[in-house]
Structures are given as structure tokens and as C-alpha cells.
Design a binder for this molecule. Structure first.
Ligand SMILES: [Zn+2]
Length: 309
């Protein structure tokens, strides 16, 4: 698998060089507005809110798409090549995009938001992945990312400085409101039931922000698969702690969490699937979780309803 990915990576790099050779400064957009590409739904939502009408924003990873595993297509490379500014999460979230981002950074503004955040506020992980990349699940950290987006847009397009400032202020106030709502929801859960169990460790920052314990079956990236021992260990933990509900994630197949549920049942205890959380991707257009703040509300309320009394 690794070999195939590298091969695709090489092909893409050749493609980028060709595009660069043919297109020249392809960033010159017809209407003069800044052309921006963002990888995850959460980042695209923030950039759209800060940019407003002043720039064109393309989001790359739609509902249900797992950024850990996503391999960029040739079409994505064209999209990147035509952008003036690219925002991505970084901290190894988009593991298959590292080389393309490196290439793109030679000719345009490319910002890995996670790499720009204060290190002291990041959760550490292991030798291969020093930091947990899922920082957006802490709205306070996400607001720092919004400020970085704002400042990047101002630098790239100073004529719209006032617009970007005003939009960012408004968006950050909306984040504060959603954050307060999430606090209220989590407060409904009895202290000994504040444990969130999901398919992978996407909620470390959320747990830190709202005072929960967090356990993921697959670790910090969905690249590593859970073994029978992991399933068994998590089942033992659930039975021991009498945890009433566990959760599936919209961007991860539900099979692993269902296996945990079955292993718990085999021990004579019943744990329900408490609903679907949005971890690494936003929801469909008509869903509450189609926006970043909607995602925060949905996740907090889903947890409160399943774990609360
Ligand atoms: Zn993840």
C-alpha cells in the first residue's frame, strides 16, 4: 500500500511540475478576487466565514471523507495549482498530501494551521506523530486558527483588510456562543459518566476543553487498524465503568464500534450506540453539522442525550 501511495505521489508531483510549466501564474483570476483552497470542512467553513464575499473558497474534503486516508486526485492538484492561498490542517492529519503541499509552497501561500498554533497548547501523542492534529475540536484553539486565517488573507489582499477583520470578529463571536452551548450540554452529564468512546482518538481536545475522558479504538489516525485485543480492552473498560453509550463517527466505518458493542454484550452488559459524531468531516448540507459551530452543538448535545440521565 505504501509503495502504491508513493507511486501515486510521484505521478502527482510530475503533474504539478507540468501544470506549473504550462499554466505560469495561473492564479490570475477573472474577477480579481483571491482564490483560496482549504482541505477539511472545518477549515473551509472558517475561511468562508472570514472571506465572505471578498474571496472564492473551495473546500476539498466533503462530508464523510476521512482526511487521514484521503489520496488527492489529479483534479485536486489542478485545484491547488489554480489557488492563490491554500490552507490545510497539518500536524500529519492529511498524511497523503504532505508532498503536494511542499510542492505548492514553492509558488504560493500555503499555511498549515496546526503548525502555526502555540506548541504549548497542543496535545502530544507519540514519536511518529508528535502532536494530536484534531485541534479544531477545542473551539478556543480553533479561534486562534481563525486569527491566522484572517491575518493571512489581510497579507495576501490588503485592500479588503476591514472586511476580513469584521468577518473574523463576527465568526469568533459565533464560535463563543456554540462553545457556551456545548459547555451547558456537557454539564447535563453526571460526572462519573463523562466518558466519550469513539472509533478513533479525534476528541482529545474536545475532552480537554469540556472535562471529559476520551477513548478511541484506533488511536490518533485511522491509518492504524484496531486489533481484537484493542476491542477486548475497550469492552472491559466499558463493563468495568458501566458506560451507557459509545459513538460512531461520520468519517469512519461503524464496524469497529459495533465490534466493541458485541464484545460488551458477550460479557452480559448492554452499551448502546449513542449516535453519530462529526470528528474529521462536517455533515451534509442540510444537516446541523454542515458548519463548524453546528458540528460543535450537534456533538455536545448527542453526547449529553446519550450519556445524561
Ligand atoms: Zn482523525
Amino acid at each position: 500500500m505504501r509503495t502504491v501511495n508513493m507511486w501515486i505521489g510521484n505521478l502527482l508531483v510530475v503533474g504539478i511540475m507540468l501544470l506549473a510549466a504550462c499554466g505560469g501564474g495561473a492564479a490570475a483570476e477573472e474577477d480579481g478576487r483571491l482564490q483560496i483552497v482549504a482541505t477539511t470542512g472545518q477549515i473551509a467553513d472558517a475561511v468562508r466565514n472570514v472571506a465572505g464575499e471578498a474571496a472564492d473558497v473551495t473546500g476539498l474534503l466533503g462530508p464523510g471523507i476521512d482526511p487521514h486516508l484521503y489520496v488527492p486526485t489529479e483534479g485536486n492538484v489542478t485545484t491547488f495549482s489554480e489557488a492563490d492561498v491554500i490552507f490545510y490542517n497539518g500536524l500529519h492529519l492529511e498524511a497523503q498530501m504532505a508532498r503536494i503541499m511542499e510542492q505548492m509552497a514553492q509558488s504560493k501561500v500555503v499555511v498549515a494551521l496546526g503548525d502555526e498554533l502555540p506548541e504549548a497548547q497542543l496535545l502530544t501523542w507519540d514519536a511518529n506523530t508528535p502532536y494530536d492534529p484534531h485541534f479544531w475540536n477545542d473551539p478556543a484553539l480553533f479561534k486562534t486558527a481563525v486569527e491566522i486565517i484572517r491575518d493571512t488573507l489581510i497579507e495576501a489582499d490588503p485592500a479588503n483588510t476591514a472586511v476580513y477583520r469584521e468577518n473574523a470578529e463576527k465568526y469568533m463571536a459565533e464560535i463563543d456562543t456554540a462553545d457556551a452551548y456545548a459547555q451547558e450540554q456537557i454539564a447535563r452529564i453526571p460526572a462519573d459518566k463523562r466518558v466519550m468512546i469513539t472509533a478513533h482518538d479525534a476528541f482529545g481536545y474536545f475532552a480537554r476543553r469540556y472535562g471529559l475522558e476520551e477513548r478511541g479504538l484506533q488511536g490518533i489516525s485511522t491509518e492504524s487498524e484496531a486489533g481484537t485485543q484493542d476491542v477486548q480492552a475497550l469492552a472491559d473498560f466499558i463493563v468495568e465503568r458501566q458506560i451507557p453509550a459509545i459513538f460512531i463517527e461520520s468519517s469512519v466505518p461503524p464496524g469497529t464500534i459495533e465490534a466493541v458493542q458485541a464484545a460488551v454484550r458477550a460479557q452480559g452488559f448492554e452499551v448502546v450506540i449513542g449516535g453519530e459524531l462529526f470528528s474529521d468531516a462536517l455533515g451534509e448540507e442540510e444537516h446541523e453539522a454542515a458548519t463548524y459551530t453546528g458540528m460543535l452543538r450537534h456533538n455536545a448535545r448527542t453526547l449529553a442525550e446519550a450519556l445524561g440521565e
